[in-house]
Design a binder for this molecule. Structure first.
Ligand code: DGJ
Length: 375
């Protein structure tokens, strides 16, 4: 009965009758009445449906016990639970994605050339805390999965970042030369690629991440690297399953996490957070006219109460609303590490002020907002 009712509701909302509103920070019941469990997520629009992928979180721990979930919706308000799109592997399977690993921030993209869906995620090997700093890849022929794990690794092994000066590539200074972090000498060394050189052979560290597919079909992996000190942007191969080795570093020593990117009128905008674990901090905003930079930093994009804490959230993804011009939605997570599955979603419409994206708190809003906006 409940199932029939929720199906009817879904149909009603998809056929144009007024849908309910998006309520940031509230519980978001799915078609079974259970709070959506898709944290650190990303969105893919395919064949008239939005697919939301995210971390399935347990009630007591943030490690991955189940895998990556998928939900579908045609109005961004009513969500159907499509189940676990990529399950973790059983304990003692010694797989990279063994149950108990840390698997965060999954993002799925569609590859037109291979007609496959590719899932990328931040992976930490079981029992090693956040030391592995790898990226993982899984593939499926069907958007909702099951996704087959392909590989995990540290990106760009053996390649220098394109924008790292020749003179810095041969410096001899190593992290062991610094008894203390955060001194002016150490910061200078970080800027000059201290950790890039250290990780040249084994690949660059890759933690918080997103994937961006550009208008020309090229895809990029944007990730917190170099001990979370520096963001790197790396090009993916045509099948979106590995790296080409072409990459740049941006804001060395800037300590950015949680990258979320979108493009409007030829300008790339990126919102990130600082690094304070599960606690919220002030969002950062960057722009560039080429993905390869130069990137410029702007002031905090948030306005009003709690702007200094990104309304108690951390960015995870930004996506365009299908069929509406200049309509982009900011997806953030309000983490609750003591009860991870209860973490809330802070979704807000992106507004623009003097050509730059800004975010303002709204208790509730609907997609109609984009039809009435004045920017
Ligand atoms: C902040 C990151 O953005 C999250 O994805 C997660 O890795 C936490 N740190 C862990 O403390």
């Amino acid at each position: 009965m409940i199932r029939i009712l929720s199906l009817v509701l879904l149909l009603v909302s998809c056929t144009g009758m007024k849908a309910q509103e998006i309520m940031p920070g509230e519980r978001w019941p799915d078609d079974k009445g259970v709070h959506v469990n898709a944290h650190g997520g990303g969105m893919l629009y395919a064949d008239g449906t939005y697919y939301w992928f995210g971390e399935f979180k347990n009630d007591t721990t943030s490690v991955a016990l189940d895998g990556v979930t998928c939900y579908s919706s045609c109005d961004l308000v009513h969500w159907k639970n499509e189940g676990i799109a990529m399950p973790v592997m059983p304990e003692e399977s010694y797989s990279d994605i063994e149950r108990g690993c840390i698997l965060e921030r999954p993002k799925v993209v569609y590859n037109k050339k291979t007609n496959k869906y590719i899932m990328w995620f931040h992976l930490e090997l079981k029992g090693k805390g956040y030391a592995a700093a790898r990226v993982g890849v899984a593939v499926s022929d069907k958007v909702t999965g099951p996704y087959r794990f392909v590989h995990s690794y540290r990106p760009c092994a053996g390649f220098w970042p394109e924008n790292m000066p020749e003179k810095d590539r041969s410096l001899k200074v190593t992290p062991k030369d610094f008894a203390e972090w955060w001194t002016p000498e150490w910061s200078k060394a970080v800027e000059e690629g201290l950790f890039v050189r250290r990780d040249m052979e084994g690949g660059q560290m890759s933690r918080d991440m997103t994937i961006y597919v550009d208008d020309d079909g090229k895809a990029y992996h944007i990730y917190s690297s170099e001990e979370n000190l520096t963001l790197q942007i790396a090009e993916l191969t045509d099948d979106y399953q590995s790296h080409t080795g072409r990459y740049i570093r941006i804001f060395p020593g800037g300590h950015n996490e949680a990258p979320a990117i979108f493009k409007k009128d030829g300008t790339y905008f990126m919102i990130t957070s600082g690094c304070t674990g599960w606690d919220p901090n002030e969002a950062r905003l960057f722009s560039a006219s080429s993905i390869w930079g130069p990137w410029t930093q702007h002031p905090n994009p948030c306005r009003g109460d709690d702007a200094a804490l990104t309304f108690h959230s951390q960015s995870t993804f930004i996506f365009p609303v299908a069929g509406k011009k200049d309509a982009f939605i900011f997806m953030g997570d309000r983490w609750t590490p003591k009860h991870p599955s209860d973490a809330r979603y802070i979704w807000l419409p992106i507004q623009f002020e003097n050509g730059l994206p800004i975010l303002k708190w709204m208790d509730k809003w609907s997609l109609d907002y984009f039809d009435t906006k004045t920017f």
